[in-house]
Design a protein around this ligand. Structure first.
Ligand code: CP
Length: 361
């Protein structure tokens, strides 16, 4: 199923050359933002934030304003007609008639793809549940490019909630497309990286190991990517409390790290990085958030200039087969075609990447 517009749902829908072009443009904007002050004059961005956000929402808004464009939208669905029961399809259809580009954050996995199916303008995924966060990854890539001067040959430690953390999912998918990167996944067994991400890394020739100890891993790292335990994605308070405070980066642990290791974090931080680490010159997370504004300027500009069409669904609807993932958008919005990739008895939901095993095939 094709859309007449370019969309950014998953960074891996685009080739690495496209990412590199964006990163080059992001660096140019970073060096001379004034040069781009009128690049989107007359253009309007719609921001649909069904979930809380500080950085993503405000950096997108600032990016558009700094490009000379304007912004409409909501940051709390309860102040929109979503509160009256309007579905995602209708909200997207209406706002895409007002705006030139839509940025959407939603708690349900696959929601950005679902929105793109109906939108009459480009849609940018600003985070769909615990699934993907491609513009955070662009932010992370620009941070690595500027601060480490390379996107290859890095040992990257990922620490914390690797199961629910959409930022680390997108980052692994992206960095495994550059040569010789090695991932050290530091988590409890309950919060390990999902299998589909590990499969993706293997398929792209990347390497990884899974460990429990941050102290043991930290001396080996070029980059330490800390993540928050995602309280809002746990089934119960009890399960969250069992994971909370497992990993806390402190100045003492930083003493074990290389002098040129950098610490990244998509933020918000809760308590997984002690505030005392902020003064360490290797702490990059506040700078990282600012790089996010420049790369989003590059992205908005690129999307608005593109005339590309996007193939959104490549699989097929299988009679009687539904996605078993209760967090998938196809469970919440019944009108969506339940499309699956794959043949035989193993299918993959095209919205949430959940594997579906068929009993009789
Ligand atoms: N990194 C990130 O997505 O932050 P926000 O939730 O504040 O947008």
């Amino acid at each position: 199923m094709f859309s007449d517009f370019p969309h950014l749902i998953d960074l891996n829908d685009y080739p690495v050359t496209w990412w590199n072009g964006l990163l080059d443009l992001g660096e140019k904007i970073l060096q001379n933002p004034a040069l781009y002050a009128n690049s989107c004059k007359g253009k309007l961005m719609g921001t649909l934030f069904y979930e809380p956000s500080t950085r993503t929402q405000m950096s997108f808004q600032t990016a558009m304003l700094r490009l000379g464009g304007t912004v409409i939208g909501f940051d709390n669905p309860s102040t929109s007609s979503v509160a009256k029961g309007e579905n995602l399809k209708d909200t997207t259809k209406i706002v895409s008639g007002y705006a030139d580009v839509i940025v959407i954050r939603h708690p349900t996995v696959g929601s950005a793809k679902a929105a793109a199916l109906t939108a009459d303008c480009p849609v940018i995924n600003a985070g769909d549940g615990g699934h993907l966060h491609p513009t955070q990854t662009l932010t992370d890539l620009l941070t690595l490019k500027v601060e480490k001067k390379t996107l290859s040959g890095l040992t990257i430690g990922l620490c914390g909630d690797l199961y629910n953390g959409r930022t680390v999912h997108s980052l692994c998918k992206a960095m495994s497309c550059y040569p010789d990167n090695h991932f050290i996944m530091i988590s409890t067994k309950e919060l390990r990286m999902p299998s589909y991400i590990k499969d993706f890394i293997r398929a792209n020739g990347g390497t990884f190991e899974e460990v429990k100890s941050l102290e043991d891993a930290i001396p080996k790292l070029d980059v330490l990517y800390m993540t928050r335990i995602q309280k809002e994605r746990f089934a119960s308070e009890e399960e969250y409390l069992a994971q909370k405070d497992t990993y806390i980066l402190t100045p003492k642990k930083m003493q074990l790290a290389k002098q040129d290791m950098i610490v990244m974090h998509p933020l918000p931080r809760v308590d997984e990085i002690a505030v005392a680490v902020d003064d360490d010159p290797r702490a990059m997370y506040f700078k990282q958030a600012k790089y996010g504004m420049y790369i989003r300027m590059a992205l908005i500009l690129t999307m608005l200039q593109s005339t590309a069409r996007t193939e959104l669904l490549v699989g097929e609807v299988r009679p009687g087969v539904a996605c078993p993932n209760t967090k998938c958008i196809t469970c919440a919005e019944a009108y969506l075609p339940k499309s699956f990739m794959g043949k035989g008895s193993t299918l993959t939901c095209e919205y949430c990447d959940q594997r579906v095993l068929l009993a009789h095939e």
